[in-house]
Design a protein around this ligand. Structure first.
Ligand SMILES: [Zn+2]
Ligand SMILES: [Zn+2]
Length: 483
């Protein structure tokens, strides 16, 4: 409960409110919020550094090191290289229950380098860029944790606060290996957030997803002088893709199958002895994903047989759909409303308007960034390895308007806004909302219990977590092409 305007206007009730725990918590939130305001320039610089490093999955050495350095300097105990991943870390403050975790991502996407300007202009052509805003994600989570740690030290609040530095969200599944290694086993609640084009704490699921690289090997030969001596790995790959494209008619509604050819041969005058396709299969239900994946493996085997080539598969990633927790997302929603959305200056409005003309969707009002969306369930079409976390510990996330309204993730427009003041402001909204939500969890044991009860009920009795990736080790080289 927070004192409303009308209560504050009544002198006698102010006196009561001043002594109530809710009022004390309101003060605590205001204090953490001003701590974050006071350090804004510092955290902005941290985010800008990670934005300019733009490191791909499992190669985020500088980005991870920078966040670790911030957490160490703030007094967290940092354990790096966890779960067999050099860039993964767990930073801990305090001891005992409850154990509250905050997730921090920091990987970039290939090919999306972009200057912070409202027209397409790569910083370095075809270089990586932060098109999913993970530089803001990692920095805001770290900033929030540091602010909450100071509040805990000041007030003697009990419990354990953890920051999970989770690499390679974009297809590398860092969190899956951290979950599998048991790093979340004693956690009571784990919160996350994500950059977006609106402020939204409504609950939502995502798609389960399995991905892998099919590698065909044939025999090279002169493509004109002796083509009969060759067996084309590219033919095999195209035959497989064709079979899968026909299969699309016969899969359950809601299925998504996408692929890219990561290697299709070296030159037209050589019969390709190697070809590789990188596949994704998604569906809201992980069991459907596994069933469709088996059929795709059959298409690959059939294609290899018919072309007298060989095929091998490396499963790269596999994530569960998000298990939403309404108890937690209602709590976050209240904090997000308290913080409020992102207000543009005249310059930022101009940037947003110009960038808006490059977007393909229906025109959106830049002022939408100021609003917080009505709390409602909405399921996204993407996938995230937060899904795996959400099946082992009660979890909820939210988004803030770090991008111009209408901007899709994984676009150059997201890189542009994420590298300038609009992204920074959205990050501050996220850091404050995250910090206040963690404060609520430390201050209200009943809230943690309620979130756990909902989690247990939704997961069903007898549930055992099984990763979709099986027993493979982290694909530390999945961004290094080709094999
Ligand atoms: Zn992404
Ligand atoms: Zn993302």
């Amino acid at each position: 409960m927070r004192p409303s305007r009308s209560i504050l206007a009544t002198a006698s009730l102010v006196a009561i409110a001043a002594t109530s725990p809710a009022h004390a918590q309101g003060d605590a939130k205001a204090a953490v919020s001003s701590t974050l305001d006071a350090r804004f320039a510092h955290w902005r610089d941290v985010a800008d550094s990670i934005w300019s490093f733009a490191e791909l999955g499992y190669q985020e050495r500088r980005s991870s090191a920078l966040l670790q350095q911030e957490l160490t300097a703030a007094g967290f105990e940092v354990k790096a290289g966890v779960a067999g991943i050099p860039t993964a870390f767990v930073a801990t403050h305090g001891s005992g229950k409850p154990v509250i975790g905050v997730l921090a991502e920091f990987d970039a996407l290939p090919g999306l380098s972009q200057a912070p300007v409202p027209e397409r202009k790569p910083v370095v052509d075809r270089a990586p860029g932060h098109a999913c805003g993970h530089h803001l994600f990692g920095t805001a989570s770290t900033a929030a944790a540091v602010a909450v740690k100071e509040w805990m030290a000041r007030t003697g609040a009990k419990g354990t606060l953890r920051v999970y530095g989770t690499p390679a969200e974009e297809g590398g599944g860092g969190k899956i290996y951290m979950v599998r290694a048991g790093l979340f086993d004693d956690v009571d609640v784990a919160l996350d957030w994500h950059p977006g084009s609106e402020n939204d704490a409504g609950p939502g699921s995502s798609l389960a997803n399995k991905s892998g690289k099919f590698r065909f090997r044939g025999a090279a030969a002169h493509a004109s002088a002796s083509p009969w001596d060759g067996r084309s790995a590219l033919d095999a790959l195209e035959a497989m893709n064709h079979m899968v494209d026909m299969m699309r008619e016969h899969v359950p509604d809601g299925t998504r199958i996408h692929y890219v050819i990561t290697n299709g041969g070296a030159a037209p005058n050589i019969v390709p002895d190697f070809a590789e396709a990188y596949y994704y299969v998604r569906h809201p239900d992980a069991r459907q994903v596994l069933a469709i994946w088996e059929r795709i493996e059959k298409a690959a085997a059939g294609a290899a047989m018919g072309t007298e080539t060989k095929v091998e598969l490396e499963v790269v990633n596999g994530v569960h759909a998000l298990l939403p927790n309404e108890t937690l997302s209602r709590m976050i929603d209240a904090n997000l409303r308290r913080v409020g959305g992102v207000k543009y200056t005249a310059e930022e409005r101009d940037f947003a308007t110009r960038l808006g003309t490059t977007l393909t969707g229906a025109p959106r009002d830049p002022a939408e960034a100021e609003r917080v969306k009505a709390w409602a369930r909405s399921d996204g079409g993407g996938s995230t390895d937060v899904g795996d976390v959400s099946w082992v510990v009660p979890n909820a996330g939210f988004s803030t308007a770090t991008w111009v309204p209408g901007t899709p993730a994984h676009s150059w427009q997201a890189v542009a806004a994420g590298g300038m003041s609009i992204g920074h402001k959205g990050m501050l909204v996220a850091a404050k909302t995250m910090a206040m939500s963690v404060q609520d969890l430390f201050a209200q044991p009943a809230l943690v219990r309620q979130a756990r009860a909902e989690f247990t009920q939704k997961r069903g009795s007898g549930y055992t977590y099984r990763p979709l990736i099986g027993d493979r080790s982290p694909p530390l080289d999945y961004r290094v092409n080709p094999k």
